[in-house]
Design a protein around this ligand. Structure first.
Ligand SMILES: [Ca+2]
Ligand SMILES: [Ca+2]
Ligand SMILES: [Zn+2]
Ligand SMILES: [Zn+2]
Length: 262
């Protein structure tokens, strides 16, 4: 092969790599950091601690039923393990779901996951802010469905599909929007979300972080203040920080997903 041909071949190969990388990004890539619950078999069952008031019960039940359609995981609603929903402290091995008037802090919903060993989720929380859901703008079934569906799924390791509030809906609750019921409706997961869960949970682990008492609490358990969320990883289309990571050292991290109100 001449030098020129070798160069050409190299260029073709590099182009193919680039196209392949772009295609996989566009196709199914909305996990963040590959974070996932460690488990030794699929499907596995995640407990959702019910710390929500009656105004939210139907939405928690709806999100639990929606996500349990996944082939790799099921969710089950259990009695909440939180003393004060306002604090919503995590419980090792499961997801605590809370609502309260968290104040005019800007966020509609917030999810946090605690990571051990660099990649494994050991506990998670999902919080809905009634300070905004009590206003006429957000006090609708569609907004409640969207935010509950999304925050719970962050605790599975799912990221957003899209962070633009003004483009046509993708039909997934992992898509930011100003118009939750569309159409398309962003009130439920779509096939792409289930596909992504399948990718995240395709492998099995030799240990498990699912279930009470397995994982140690790591770091300070109540990180309500944005100054405690760590580094900004990404901003949404409006330029607000939607994803944060705080490195606690030794492979431990706290990841915070924020859904900002208007
Ligand atoms: Ca299932
Ligand atoms: Ca969008
Ligand atoms: Zn794993
Ligand atoms: Zn989110």
């Amino acid at each position: 092969m001449t030098k020129l041909n070798r160069r050409r071949l190299f260029a073709v190969i590099m182009t193919l790599f680039a196209v392949g990388a772009l295609a996989s990004v566009a196709y199914a890539n909305h996990s963040w950091g590959g974070y996932h619950w460690a488990r030794t078999s699929n499907p596995f069952t995640l407990k959702l601690g019910d710390n929500v008031t009656s105004a939210w019960d139907a939405y928690l039940a709806g999100a639990s039923a929606d996500w349990s359609q996944s082939n790799v995981l099921d969710t089950t609603i259990v009695a909440g393990g939180v003393k004060s929903p306002k604090n919503c402290r995590p419980t090792a091995g499961r997801i605590e779901v809370c609502n309260a008037k968290y104040g005019n802090n800007g966020w509609l919903g917030l999810a946090q996951i605690w990571i051990t060993g660099g990649v494994h989720i050991s506990q998670g929380i999902a919080k809905m802010n009634d300070t905004y859901f009590n206003t006429s703008q957000y006090n609708t079934p569609a907004w409640r469905r969207l935010v509950m569906c999304q925050e719970v799924a962050h605790a599975f390791g799912l990221d957003h599909q899209d962070e633009n509030f003004n483009n046509p809906n993708l039909g997934s609750c992992m898509d930011y929007t100003g118009d939750p019921d569309g159409p398309l409706s962003n009130e439920h997961p779509n096939a792409h979300d289930f596909e992504q869960l399948g990718i995240i949970y395709a492998h099995l682990d030799t240990t498990t972080t699912v279930g009470a008492g397995v994982a140690p609490r790591n770091g300070k358990a109540n990180l309500d203040n944005p100054t405690e969320w760590g580094q900004v990883v990404r901003q949404d289309a409006r330029g607000r920080s939607s994803l944060y990571e705080r490195d606690l050292g030794g492979g431990r991290k706290v990841v915070t997903f924020v859904f900002w109100a208007d």
